[in-house]
Write a protein that binds this ligand. Structure first.
Ligand SMILES: [Mg+2]
Length: 244
């Protein structure tokens, strides 16, 4: 009924782009941050693109996204510290600028959820499956609350938990493994739901029972190559048996 193998007892959902329509907000905040940064460095530099976001940034902890994208342009910044101001030319400064833009945008426009994902989340709970949100976002708790689905989630592993427990971010499987532990299931009994290439790679690396790739930006093939067992454009397709 849920479009999952019978062995699955728990669902581990990425948040941005899977449950909430916030991946686009992240992309816009990163684009503004990196384009301003690049222009100040080299006015002829190519702009930050959707492909850059998919390859180097999406799904990763904020600082890893800064480092990995800038490395792709041959730029290395000093790490700096978490207290750096948003105009500091450090990994933390760039990350802070992006987070400030993101928070302003979320404050102004709120958090939109995917109705199909909410339908699926409810169906999973009704079928007796445990649910967790596993996200690199440091704003996980606020976004879940603002999205109005906190009562449908049994556990949360977000950027705050990741930093506190010293976990490696996606594409390492650590955060999804922590989600399975929090729900008391083996990875083989848990399904991972991800829209990021780094996220489906984490699902494969952790030997999870099933990996669902959620394709919101036309990268179905790349999701499959990186670890998705099945790709859907909306979670409610799994309910109809319409998964590709
Ligand atoms: Mg995501």
């Amino acid at each position: 009924m849920l479009g999952l193998p019978d062995r699955i007892r728990a669902c581990l959902f990425d948040m941005d782009g899977v449950l909430t329509r916030t991946a686009t907000v992240h992309m816009a905040a990163w684009k503004r941050t990196f384009d301003e940064f690049l222009r100040a460095t080299d006015p002829t530099a190519a702009e930050f693109s959707q492909l850059d976001y998919n390859r180097y940034v999406d799904g990763k902890p904020r600082a890893d996204g800064v480092r990995d994208f800038l490395a792709s342009r041959g730029i290395t910044l000093p790490e700096g510290s978490p207290d750096d101001p948003p105009d500091a030319r450090t990994v933390h400064g760039v990350g802070r600028r992006k987070n400030e833009l993101l928070l302003t945008e979320l404050e102004e426009h709120g958090v939109e959820v995917y109705p199909g994902s909410m339908t699926y989340l409810r169906a999973a709970r009704e079928a007796g499956l445990a649910t967790a949100v596993v996200t690199a976002s440091a704003n996980g708790e606020q976004v879940i609350t603002a999205g109005g689905f906190a009562d449908l989630i049994d556990a949360r592993v977000d950027g705050v938990v990741t930093a506190r427990e010293g976990l490696r971010g996606k594409p390492a499987p650590d955060t999804f493994l922590a989600g399975a532990r929090a729900l008391g299931v083996e990875p083989s009994a848990a399904a991972v739901f991800e829209d990021a290439l780094a996220g489906v790679a984490a699902g494969r690396a952790g030997d999870f029972g099933f990996v669902v790739g959620v394709d919101r930006v036309g990268q179905g093939d790349a999701l499959r190559e990186n670890g998705a067992d099945v790709v859907v454009t909306d979670l409610d397709q799994l309910l109809d048996g319409g998964a590709r």
